[in-house]
Design a protein around this ligand. Structure first.
Ligand code: ZN
Ligand code: ZN
Length: 181
């Protein structure tokens, strides 16, 4: 059987060069091919006018049921503000041990907190959240090791405290066979 690939479904404003680097680094982390596609979806129906945010669960569900490549790990990368009913906001969400996830860079940007823009920092945070959500999709739960990427993060400061790598406990749990050619 062909090894599962990771597919980034892009919806939003991202530098092409940023997406290339992200795909390369995620590909190395998970030892799989990463493809980049456009997410052909109008997000307006997912907008909540009261909250002025987008419903992450509904977008996830749409991606899970409407896109092909059902054996691959599909992760939507968006730049809108996301929520789920029990949380004020979220950086990302994924189906545990499933094939679908979503990450937004909206609250990862310094500008969101009245600070000077820092594209390198935004990139690093975005990468950590993507690897974290993919970790859940590969069956990893939250980890207590402070520097592990699977440590849960409520605020951007929490993301900055951890690394973009899995700790020595989490790492072996990800299937790391070389991709079949
Ligand atoms: Zn998590
Ligand atoms: Zn860990």
């Amino acid at each position: 059987m062909k090894k599962q690939q990771i597919i980034f479904y892009i919806k939003g404003q991202f530098e092409p060069d940023c997406l290339q680097r992200l795909s390369q680094e995620v590909s190395i982390t998970f030892n799989r091919q990463v493809l980049i596609r456009n997410l052909d979806l109008d997000l307006e129906p997912f907008y909540d006018f009261k909250r002025r945010q987008y419903d992450a669960h509904k977008i996830l569900y749409w991606l899970d049921t409407n896109e092909d490549n059902e054996n691959d790990k599909k992760i939507a990368l968006v730049s809108v503000d996301l929520y789920i009913s029990i949380l004020t906001f979220l950086f990302g969400q994924a189906i545990f041990n499933g094939n679908t996830g979503i990450v937004s860079n909206y609250r990862l940007r310094n500008e969101q907190y009245g600070l000077a823009p820092d594209s390198k920092l935004t990139f690093l945070r975005f990468k950590k959240v993507i690897i974290h959500e993919l970790g859940h999709m590969f069956g990893l739960v939250h980890c207590q090791v402070p520097t592990c990427v699977m440590r849960s993060s409520t605020y951007v400061e929490d993301i900055d405290q951890k690394k973009s790598q899995f700790c020595s406990i989490c790492s072996p749990k990800i299937d790391s066979e070389p991709a079949s050619v």
